[in-house]
Write a protein that binds this ligand. Structure first.
Ligand code: C2O
Ligand code: CU
Ligand code: CU
Length: 450
């Protein structure tokens, strides 16, 4: 049905053996797969998830980017599901829910990065009522992992946590450099998720003739498509691509992004972010069935549905300033003391996460403008649950087209202004750095809208 449908899924979080690069790896996963099953929805649908925790650790589930109520167990940051326990979640998507690619992952504070890094994530696709016609759709979930010789997932050192861990292996749909087989002349839609705990990258398609453009990012569609190379995916970001394929071979490459270093690299290059290009997948495009199939493909991006209201000319009811900071808190002594980050404090407005404290009290039905500053040597991707953010200004630059995201990178030493319409759902939820090690070390705050 076009709306008012429902999807019921059972997800079992468990340890499993999964083959990576021809070797067995002891990963965590949903229903035994890495990534977990893709959940396909339409605006207006009801999503019901039964989560069964077969891990030895506390977990829970978060539906990243979905515009759904945080009430009850809806915002799982505050829910704990113990080993052997299960929990049922219900999410009612509004009829005008923006289409796009979203995802799910655990959100138990303190172990989010560990559980994602071990394999717990999956994609959610919210389809348009009238999607562009394509020959094939693929969901491409990018993640990274570090495995020991005997296939155990390796834990990072404390400096790696402070930097935000980057795995040695870069995976696409749980595989190392898989082959994507396609047909010349075809148009495909690729739904890309950055499910890495900390890694930033952009994508590049090498080889002759094939090309890709970005038609959506995070929330909804873009008013006009943009070039693939222009888009950086911070952890948690997604993008929606239309790919026109032509015969031949090529590669899908992850291009590194400079996201800064702790204390200007003082911790040594060993824990720095990736700095070389990596192949994510090989592309093999066979000869097309017939020539001339490219008919009527050019209007694929015509009148995209799912544009959100443009807040650039809207009256702002309230302005706030937030500051993300990485500082040598413990070493400076004073009243702040030593935070959970050891020698470094990762804070928002000088504080680490406290789930009993309300950091931002917002009036439901209002539009707010948040200026988020970053004091420190490293980028922090800022994520807000439930309500999308429209990017207004990035270090003095204004996006030409309206742009809605749910993870907005705040560059080192810079600041970003966003507008948020706190509408449809009230309740208590969080915002945090989506370098998940930073989130686990306390770079998270709470917001209450009522
Ligand atoms: Cu992708 Cu609060 O999470
Ligand atoms: Cu989220
Ligand atoms: Cu951060």
């Amino acid at each position: 049905t076009s709306s008012g449908g429902r999807l019921e899924v059972s997800l079992q979080a468990r340890l499993d053996t999964h083959e990576v690069a021809g070797r067995p790896a002891r990963t965590m996963g949903y229903n035994g797969g890495v990534p977990g099953p893709t959940l396909r929805l339409r605006p207006g649908d009801l999503l019901r998830i039964d989560l069964d925790n077969q891990l030895d650790h506390v977990t829970n589930l978060h539906v990243h980017g979905l515009h759904v109520s945080p009430e009850g167990n809806g915002d799982n940051v505050f829910v704990e599901i113990g080993p052997g326990e299960s929990q049922q979640y219900e999410y009612q998507l509004p009829k005008d829910h923006p289409p796009g690619v979203y995802w799910y992952h655990p959100h138990h504070h303190g172990s989010v990065a560990d559980q994602l890094f071990a394999g717990l994530y999956g994609a959610i696709v919210v389809q348009e009522h009238d999607p562009p016609s394509v020959d094939r759709e693929r969901v491409l979930v990018v993640s990274d992992i570090t495995l020991s010789q005997d296939g155990a997932v390796l834990s990072p050192s404390m400096p790696e946590r402070m930097m935000g861990r980057e795995g040695e292996l870069l995976l696409l749909d749980g595989q190392l450099e898989p082959v994507l087989k396609a047909r010349g002349g075809d148009r495909e839609r690729w739904r890309v998720v950055n499910a890495c705990s900390s890694r930033f990258f952009s994508l590049r398609l090498s080889g002759e003739g094939s090309s890709a453009r970005v038609v959506g990012r995070d929330v909804g569609r873009l008013p006009t498509p943009v070039a693939l190379e222009e888009v950086v995916l911070a952890p948690g970001n997604r993008m929606d691509l239309l790919v026109d394929l032509s015969e031949g071979t090529g590669e899908l490459l992850a291009v590194p992004v400079d996201r800064g270093q702790m204390m200007g690299g003082m911790m040594g290059g060993a824990v720095g972010p990736e700095d070389s290009e990596r192949a994510l997948a090989r592309l093999e495009v066979a000869q097309g069935a017939q020539s001339g199939t490219a008919v009527a493909k050019d209007d694929a991006t015509r009148g995209p549905e799912g544009l959100l209201p443009d807040l650039r000319d809207t009256q702002v009811d309230r302005r706030r300033e937030l500051t993300m900071e990485m500082s040598m808190g413990g070493m400076m002594g004073g009243n702040r003391g030593r935070g959970p980050g050891g020698m470094m404090d990762l804070t928002i407005d000088g504080r680490t996460f406290d789930h009993d404290r309300t950091d931002q009290q917002v009036r439901l039905g209002t539009v707010e403008e948040w200026s988020i500053g970053n004091v420190g040597p490293m980028d922090h991707p800022f994520h807000l649950h439930v309500w999308p953010m429209q990017v207004i200004d990035v270090d003095g630059q204004r996006p030409a087209d309206p742009l809605w995201l749910d993870v907005v990178n705040i560059p080192a030493g810079g600041s970003v202004t966003v507008r948020i319409r706190f509408a449809d759902f009230g309740g208590r939820t969080v915002y945090h750095c989506h370098i998940l090690d930073h989130e686990d070390l306390g770079m998270m705050g709470t917001v209450l809208a009522e």
